[in-house]
Each structure stands twice: as structure tokens, then as C-alpha cells.
Design a protein around this ligand. Structure first.
Ligand code: ZN
Length: 347
């Protein structure tokens, strides 16, 4: 089927954290973070401990709704909830299915909570994949994992013929990631960020560039155009507006090289359809006359008119067709208040 001039396939967010949908307006951390590691310690590693399965469900539903509202039909999610690991990936998969968004789930394994915690994370990845779930094996990052945990994650991924979804060299603290994981990696791995990788880092897989997140955390510019790896785009949990991330990725690249073209940056969005081929058959009709990358790079506020996933219309006339958005937002707000109360109890 030929596409109309205002249509694209369903957009793919190649790196998301649906559990962060309720984090906006969260109580201020006990002290102001002054580095990437402090942001992890004071914000995200407190938030993930406060998650329970009910909060995860409402956060994922809201995130899926917000993705669909921006023409994003596929989310490659990376999840961590150390106090609610078992079954968490099913909760996320079910929440996305309810809204009509495709999701590739993974649980971010880490040794931050000891070897037993890492074991629970590995088991959740294995359990989900063995039950037929669409997923990858998640790893938080090399710098929070033992060599044994990294090797086991890679082994589970090989067993199920999927990749490992891992943060790589996002901050200086993870600078030696390449030497830890290069020998384990395959073409199916997703290497998220890669900011501090050297050009010839030797890790196989697709690099996922998240320009807004990198700027927000002041970790530096990844310069993805230098990579020999394929490059895809993600949001790292700050929504799933992939046209917005595309525009930002374009100007970020342009700020260091004025010969950068929107076509180059658009190829990073297209990479999502190599990662999740089903998304290429989804359809989004936009409220603009053209979806030429040169047009979209300089046009803000572009909205989907209709979104079709797997042959079904899941978004029409400014609203989802399968779910009640007011109900999702109301329950999300209730879960958010409960999350914030739990956060206050965590030192
Ligand atoms: Zn991330």
C-alpha cells in the first residue's frame, strides 16, 4: 500500500522508561544533584524503589497513551522496580496492549541490590521471554553489574535469540563499559547513549541516541554520526514524542556540523523499523501536507490525525479509540499521589 504524502509508518521510541511517566512533579530530592551519578542516586534510584505493580501499571498506561497521542506505535521499554520485580514486565505489556501500543519489554538487571537482586532481575527477563513475551534482556549498565551478571544476561539473550538492552557510557562513571561488554555483544544489542564511547569502541549493536535526556543530564553530546553502528532514537523516559526528538536530534547534530541534513537524522528514526519490523506496517496520518524530513525538521506542533496499529484504528479525531483517556489520567494521578507518599518515606 502506497503511503499518502502526509503519512508515515508508526514511529518507534527505541529507548523509554514507562515507569517514569508519573515522576513529573515528584518531590524534590533531599539535596540538589550536581552530577550524573547524583541524579541517579537522588532521583531515579529512589523513584524505582518506590514502585509497586499497581503504580507501574498506571504509569505504563499513561505513557502508552502519551505515545499514541504523538504517533508513536512502538515502545522499546527498559524497566527497573527493585521492590516489585516479579511479574513487572507482564504488567507493562498488558498496559500497552490495552491502549494499543506495541512494546518490547526488558528488566534492567543490576548488582546495586546485591547478587540476589541481580538474580531476581535475570529471572524476570527469563520468565517473561519464556512465556512468549516480546522482549529483550535488560541490563542497567556495566558499571552497576558484575562480570558474572553481564555474562548471564548475554547468555539469556542468546538463548532466546534477542538482544541485550543496556545503558552504555552515558556518563564518565561508565567509561570502561566497552572493555566489559564488547566481547559479549551481538548485532541485536541496543547500546543506549554511548556518549563517552571512543569511535572504535568495538561493541556490536544499535546505538540509541537520546538527545533531550543527554542535555538534561549534562552528560555531553554523543555525536552519533561518528558511530559505525546503526543509530536509532529514544527519549529515555521523557515522553515518546519522536518527531520532537527527531527535531532535537537534528539541531543538536547541526550545532556541531552545519552540513548535517534532516535526511541523515530521519534515518535514525527509520532505524526503529529495522529494530521492530512490525511497526513499519503501522500507519500515522499527520495534520501537515508533507512528511518530508526537511519539512518536519522545521515544523513544530505536528499532530497525528489517525493512527493504525496492526490494521486497527487506535487513534482518531484527537483521541484513543480503545481506552478512555480521562479514566487513564484520573487513575494515573491517584497512583502518582501514592508514589509520592512512598517516596517521602525513602531516605
Ligand atoms: Zn535510560
Amino acid at each position: 500500500m502506497a503511503m499518502a504524502t502526509n503519512e508515515t509508518p508508526g514511529l518507534v521510541c527505541a529507548h523509554h522508561h514507562l515507569y517514569s511517566s508519573l515522576a513529573r512533579l515528584m518531590p524534590a530530592p533531599p539535596s540538589t544533584p550536581t552530577s550524573f551519578l547524583e541524579i541517579l542516586n537522588l532521583v531515579w534510584w529512589r523513584l524505582d524503589r518506590a514502585l509497586d505493580l499497581d503504580i507501574i501499571r498506571h504509569s505504563a498506561r499513561l505513557g502508552a497513551l502519551e505515545a499514541l497521542a504523538r504517533g508513536t506505535t512502538t515502545i522499546i521499554d527498559h524497566h527497573e522496580s527493585p521492590c516489585a520485580i516479579d511479574g513487572s514486565l507482564d504488567v507493562i505489556a498488558e498496559a500497552c496492549a490495552e491502549v494499543g501500543v506495541r512494546v518490547i519489554c526488558s528488566y534492567g538487571v543490576t548488582d546495586r541490590h546485591g547478587a540476589a537482586g541481580a538474580r531476581l532481575g535475570l529471572d524476570e527477563n527469563r520468565r517473561f521471554l519464556a512465556s512468549g513475551g516480546k522482549g529483550m534482556v535488560g541490563v542497567h549498565a556495566a558499571f552497576t553489574c558484575s562480570d558474572e551478571t553481564l555474562a548471564e544476561a548475554a547468555a539469556i539473550a542468546s538463548e532466546f535469540d534477542v538482544g541485550v538492552h543496556i545503558h552504555v557510557a552515558e556518563g564518565e562513571v561508565d567509561r570502561d563499559a566497552a572493555e566489559r561488554v564488547a566481547n559479549l555483544s551481538t548485532d541485536r544489542w541496543l547500546l543506549v547513549h554511548g556518549v563517552h564511547l571512543v569511535d572504535d569502541h568495538g561493541i556490536s549493536g544499535t546505538v540509541v541516541h537520546n538527545p533531550r535526556s543527554n542535555m538534561n543530564n549534562a552528560v555531553g553530546y554523543a555525536r552519533p554520526a561518528r558511530m559505525s553502528n546503526h543509530v536509532a532514537l529514544g527519549t529515555d523516559g521523557i515522553g515518546a514524542d519522536m518527531l520532537d526528538e527527531f527535531r532535537l536530534a537534528f539541531v543538536a547534530a547541526r550545532s556541531t556540523d552545519v552540513t548535517t541534513t534532516p535526511d541523515q537524522t530521519w534515518s535514525w528514526l527509520e532505524c526503529g523499523w529495522q529494530l521492530v519490523p512490525e511497526a513499519a506496517s503501522d500507519r500515522v496520518r499527520w495534520d501537515v501536507p508533507s512528511v518530508d524530513p526537511w519539512y518536519l525538521a522545521y515544523t513544530t506542533g505536528v499532530n497525528p490525525l489517525e493512527v493504525v496499529v496492526d490494521g486497527d484504528v487506535v487513534w482518531a479525531d484527537g483521541a484513543p479509540t480503545r481506552v478512555d483517556p480521562d479514566e487513564i489520567r484520573t487513575h494515573a494521578a491517584e497512583a502518582q499521589q501514592r508514589l509520592f507518599r512512598r517516596l517521602e518515606e525513602i531516605s
